[in-house]
Design a protein. Structure first.
Length: 304
C-alpha cells in the first residue's frame, strides 16, 4: 500500500514536468493508451488524494484512505491502475528524458478518432445530450429490460461520455459517443471494473428532426455462452438535462407479464425473436463448414 503512495507522487511529478514542457494532456493519454477523462480523474482527484497520505499511518487506515480516493470517481479500476502505474511512470520518464515525447505519439488512427470525437461534440451537445432509458430484450430470458442511460458532453476534453446502468452489480458501463455524417450515432462502452472484455457497441439511426423523443438501432455484445449477439434497442429520452446525480438515482427496469412495460409501442417493437440475432455455442465443434449446418439444426430444435 505504501508503494502506491510513492508511485502516485512520482506519477504526478513526471506529469507536472511534462506540463511545464508544454506537453498536452491528450498526448500524455495517447502515450499511455488510456482515455483522456481517465487521465484527468487520476491527475485531479485520485492520485493527489493518495499522494497526500502519510505513509507512516497504520496499514488499516492507509488502505481505507486509498479505497476512498478511488471511490471519488466512477470511471477507474483500482486493480488496473495499481498494476500499470509503475510502468506508466517509466514510459513517461523515458519519453521526457529522450526529448522525443512528441514523436509518433498519436498514430494516424488516433488522430482520426480525436477529430471525429471533437466534430461529434457540438452536434450531440446541441441535439442529443440528456438522460434516457435503454430498452432491449434479454439474451437469455427474452425479458424486456430498461437500463438508465446518460449522454453527457465533456466540455474540458471535447468528447461525449456515455453511461449505462447494469442490474448485475453496482458497476456501470462507461464509454464515448461518436456521430458519423450526422446520420448515425455510435456508442462504445466497456464495464468500469476488472473485466474490460465486457464490451458493448451500439449503433443508432439519427433522425432529421432536431427534437427527438427516442432513438432506435442495434447493439452487440456477448451472451452468457460468450457468443456474439445483436439486439434491437430503443433509447427513450426522459430528460434533456445531463445530470449524473439524477442518472444515478434511476432504477433498472425489468418487465414481466405482471409488471408490464408502460410504453406499449416499445414493447411491440422489441418483443419476439425477430429482435435479436444470435450465434450459438456448438458442442464439440469440428471447426469446418459442417458446424454451420449444426448450428442451424440447434436453432430449429430450440424454436420447436
Amino acid at each position: 500500500m505504501k508503494t502506491i503512495v510513492q508511485e502516485s507522487i512520482a506519477f504526478l511529478e513526471i506529469c507536472h514536468k511534462l506540463k511545464l514542457a508544454e506537453i498536452k494532456k491528450k498526448d500524455i493519454a495517447g502515450v499511455l493508451e488510456i482515455p483522456a477523462p481517465v487521465l484527468s480523474s487520476l491527475l485531479k482527484t485520485v492520485l493527489p488524494a493518495i499522494a497526500s497520505l502519510n505513509p507512516g499511518m497504520t496499514d488499516e487506515k492507509l488502505e481505507a484512505n486509498i479505497a476512498e480516493a478511488f471511490l471519488m470517481v466512477n470511471n477507474l479500476s483500482r486493480t488496473r491502475i495499481e498494476k500499470r502505474l509503475s510502468d506508466d511512470i517509466a514510459k513517461l520518464t523515458k519519453r521526457f528524458e529522450n526529448n522525443d515525447f512528441n514523436k509518433n505519439v498519436n498514430p494516424d488512427y488516433l488522430n482520426f478518432l480525436r477529430i471525429q470525437a471533437e466534430e461529434s461534440f457540438r452536434y450531440i451537445e446541441n441535439h442529443l445530450q440528456g438522460v434516457y432509458y435503454f430498452y432491449y430484450l434479454s439474451s437469455d430470458t427474452d425479458q424486456l429490460k430498461g437500463d438508465p442511460f446518460l449522454i453527457k458532453p465533456n466540455e474540458l476534453e471535447k468528447i461525449v461520455e456515455v453511461y449505462k446502468g447494469n442490474d448485475q452489480s453496482s458497476v456501470i458501463y462507461f464509454g464515448i459517443a461518436l456521430v458519423n455524417n450526422k446520420h448515425t450515432l455510435t456508442l462504445q462502452l466497456a464495464e468500469n471494473h476488472d473485466s474490460p472484455e465486457e464490451y458493448l457497441q451500439v449503433v443508432l439511426s439519427l433522425p432529421f428532426v432536431r427534437k427527438i423523443d427516442y432513438l432506435r438501432g442495434v447493439f452487440s455484445s456477448l451472451n452468457f455462452t460468450r457468443q456474439p449477439i445483436a439486439r434491437k434497442v430503443i433509447l427513450h429520452k426522459i430528460s434533456d438535462q445531463c445530470d449524473l446525480d439524477y442518472f444515478n438515482t434511476l432504477p433498472v427496469k425489468r418487465f414481466t407479464a405482471k409488471n408490464d412495460l408502460g410504453i406499449p409501442e416499445i414493447k411491440r417493437y422489441l418483443s419476439g425473436t425477430a429482435s435479436k440475432i444470435e450465434c450459438l455455442a456448438i458442442t464439440k465443434p469440428a471447426f469446418n463448414l459442417t458446424d454451420l449446418d449444426l448450428e442451424i439444426k440447434i436453432k430449429d430444435e430450440l424454436s420447436t
